[in-house]
Write a protein that binds this ligand. Sequence first.
Ligand SMILES: [Zn+2]
Length: 294
Amino acid sequence: MPNNVIDEVAIQLRARRFMAEGAPTNPLNDLTAYAKAANAVVRYEALDVGESGYTMTRPDGRHIITVNSNEDAGRQRFTICHEIAHIILGLPSRHDQIPLWSLEKRDPNEIMCDIFAAELLLPHKAWLQAVPGDEPSVSVIQALAVRFDCSFHTAASRYASLATFPCALVTMDHGTIRHAARSTSLRAMSAWIAPRSSVPPESVAYQLRDRGESRTELGEVQQDAWFQDWSDSEVMNELARHSATTDSTISLLWFSEGHAPEREVDRFGKRFTDDGGLPELTGELPWPGRSKRK
Ligand SMILES: [Zn+2]
């Protein structure tokens, strides 16, 4: 993995360890166990528009998480988990300039805390039980967002991370790629989408933004438009959603395992083996291998 890139898997594993140690029962609706495990208390206050919350640390080490009571319940829950991530990961907060809910989060610390928060709010076991076997679609993602009381973007990102087939969720703003969450099989194929690069002109995301349309669109795109150093490209699906007001875009990319290019050896000539992705902490539910897609 190139330097300076967020290690999503390491953050997810850290979050799972925190959950297993601090709140083993995975309280889907009650976050107080998580706060307690982080030595934090949560208080609610009417904050300015765009300010979701912040954390102060008392001299005795206790953290006080303040949440904007004017935001909806789903956002408040995400804020609590995001602030817990700052505490557990030891990352300073950078909310002073950028609203937490804007996709325009240039600071990698904020992306890392969002990844941690998603792991807490959308526990992987409950998530995998809720994900339907259908092809990805707006309604599938929306139903998951409702079920887990989170945003479309959070649900789509989680969907990609835990998909059992090659799948990615690319987060962009102002025409620049910020982050790509990838499924285990896509990581195993070394499918790489470079952060801080421009949105590819062939993509559905680019075309939506180019037309300045705030909408969601499904299309097809060559795999090598998105993935770097990708040979023998075939087409894949791209479900893009663009907001013209914030100039932010997300794209869900996916294809079936049979449409991957032949890549038996990696670029160092070593025969490729799957590392199995995220190990499970519980020993249950073995992680799917490379080929589970119909
Ligand atoms: Zn933050």
